[in-house]
Design a binder for this molecule. Structure first.
Ligand SMILES: Nc1c(C(=O)O)ncn1[C@@H]1O[C@H](COP(=O)(O)O)[C@@H](O)[C@H]1O
Length: 163
């Protein structure tokens, strides 16, 4: 984990979400964005969650990525207690394949938004990229990195033979 001041807080409801959420972290590492990663749960550690959300901005974070599965209240509850943008990642639950997580995160009441990604690893990866895009608005070097990433991605798709 980079040892400079974290700009992105990556939180998840349980250690069991790490396999998914590490995809977000890998993107941040790839772009050299300083981050922190922690387990914080609205259900199991409500006081910690409140503290985390309340203190995030003061600690220099600019974006929060919150992943949770099942009754995934974490992203919305964190969003209710910070002005920072919150990106929600619906973790793929075993019982309902992540549809429960998706609906829990995406159906916020008007007034408290959570930017909801796709279910599972694609969502976690995109959460990392979305955080990079948000930070890149005011950071030209990061913007250049993002542009180069998109170009490499396009070239890779164009040059991939179909067998
Ligand atoms: N959805 C939440 C919250 C929350 O929203 O506060 N806290 C834990 N969880 C979720 O419970 C699932 C099962 O957790 P365990 O594997 O620890 O039983 C995880 O996907 C976690 O995100």
């Amino acid at each position: 984990m980079p040892d400079t001041q974290p700009l992105v807080g990556v939180i998840m409801g349980s250690r069991s979400d790490w396999e998914t959420m590490r995809q977000a972290v890998e993107v941040l590492e790839q772009f050299g964005v300083a981050f922190e990663a922690r387990v914080v749960s609205a259900h199991r550690t409500p006081d910690l969650m409140r503290e985390y959300a309340n203190e995030a901005e003061g600690r220099g974070l600019e974006v929060i990525i919150a992943g949770a599965g099942g009754a995934a209240h974490l992203p919305g509850m964190v969003a209710s207690q910070t002005l920072l943008p919150v990106i929600g990642v619906p973790v793929q639950s075993r019982a309902l394949n992540g549809l429960d997580s998706l609906l829990s995160i995406v159906q916020m009441p008007g007034g408290v938004p959570v930017a909801t990604m796709a279910i599972g690893t694609a969502g976690a990866r995109n959460a990392g990229l979305m955080a990079v895009a948000m930070l890149a608005v005011r950071r030209p070097e990061l913007r250049e990195q993002l542009r180069a990433f998109r170009e490499r991605q396009e070239q890779a798709v164009r040059s991939e033979p179909l067998e």
